[in-house]
Design a protein around this ligand. Sequence first.
Ligand code: ADP
Ligand code: ADP
Ligand code: ZN
Length: 214
Amino acid sequence: MKLILLGPPGAGKGTQAKMLTEKFAIPQISTGDILRAAVKEQTDLGIKAKQFMDAGQLVPDEVVIGIVSERLQAEDCANGFILDGFPRTVAQADALRDVLNELGKQLDKVLSLTVDTEALVVRLTGRRTCSQCGKGYHIRFDPPPSDGRCVCSGELFQREDDQEATIRNRLAVYDEQTSPLINYYRQAGLLVELDGMLAIAAVQERILSALQAG
Ligand code: ADP
Ligand code: ADP
Ligand code: ZN
């Protein structure tokens, strides 16, 4: 299964991708997670990416394209993968097409999650993430255990870019640079549009039936 999860920040891409990795035993490739790990380790990549991420801007195309094309060649992608947060520009989508062509692979579907802007802001301001295993929570919609820690007992944190001002920037960047990909993949015949306003479990059900429909 070779999938893209498309949608604005807070649409539920990471939440759904995590469920799909377990279901299909294929890796989640989250460019956001890869970049945040690099920032934490203060690698050259991390130092370069941090300024863009803090401002809610996209990291330059050539940087993320390099990361993903390398990642897609790893052995664990042999049976498929779920791209979460990539591509985010038409240039990234074109580069992905070329990389997959070279590898002789084809995307199965692009799952596009649609969510109202104000709901996205509520989701992102209430998002919490486990510092140990990366699992996501929401203080209202998917609350952590009563001790305030992850099920793995890891400590939860709030992402620095999940502040309202940065969130608004990220949503504007999505509208300008990423939303054209909806038409891009519609024209390629790969797009499946899903109502991302539904509860987490209901979205998951719809994704699974869309994938079974072939
Ligand atoms: P993305 O990866 O698209 O930015 P996340 O999966 O991190 O989004 O979800 C953003 C926040 O919204 C998280 O706190 C998550 O728990 C919550 N969330 C995800 N899906 C839903 C949903 N269907 N309904 C309500 N809250 C959701
Ligand atoms: P969200 O889904 O909540 O927007 P991500 O974790 O996917 O968050 O991305 C966080 C940040 O990492 C983005 O605001 C951007 O700065 C950077 N980033 C992630 N993926 C990409 C990408 N494909 N292209 C450029 N920048 C990216
Ligand atoms: Zn955890």
